[in-house]
Design a protein around this ligand. Sequence first.
Ligand code: GUN
Length: 282
Amino acid sequence: MTTATILNGKQLASSIKTSLKEKISNLKQKPTLAVIIVGNNPASETYVRSKEKACLETGINSKTYKLDENIQETELLELIDLLNKDNDVNGILVQLPLPSHINTDHILHAITPIKDVDGFHPLNTGLLLKKSPKAFIPCTPKGILKLLHLAKKDLTGLNAVVVGRSQIVGLPIANLLINENCTVTVTHSKTKNLKEICKSADILIAALGKTEFITKDYIKENSIIIDVGINRTTEGLKGDVKFSDAIDLCSHITPVPGGVGPMTIAMLLENTYEAFLSQTNS
Ligand code: GUN
């Protein structure tokens, strides 16, 4: 039995950040990212702090707008309108989830597509489906694709199974993998025979948000496994995949932590840099 290769997202993210830092140091003006966080969700606060720190390390200006849990949708829309019009702001990110009294789509659709560094505006979703190079690709799926390419340059013809159909991860990664010539199956909580379907996967993307749900019965030998789960447990951060089961079966796997998470942040920095270049014709 051979042990799988670890796809080290922390290391890859670090080399991407170093190269971005170098490119940004040569710019006359620095890119700026505006981050909006509503309420006091502890996980969201941690993510936003990590994003601020990564911006600082790379030479991107970050401005965080921390808004009260009870803010009205109209006030949030007014802030987005100001940021859309502000030439000194290149990227806008609204940390999700938003409180339930706010319609998330109203907010995400209000961000001008050219500053939509999260890639959640329907125009960017459409551009992704059209394989347009102008699309902002959502950060987690974009990072996952880079990790997959560490394992294998050409993904053509591989069976990819995505577990989870979220707007943030499942749906965009499915479309990116179709664009890579994979045969893609998207599964979800209503899927029948999930085990059998997962067991046919050359590439398994676990993005369902259930601690160590994917055990050995779901895993094909020599497959590539991407674990998107970030589950906070009493024993620390755990993925959606039971790592100790997977490591002896698959050929490559992302760890949790240190796999997909750092790549999401690196891709946010890359998208912000690209937004800056396209807005300033640099
Ligand atoms: N919440 C969880 N993941 C994400 C993400 O990629 N972007 C935003 N804005 N919020 C999130």
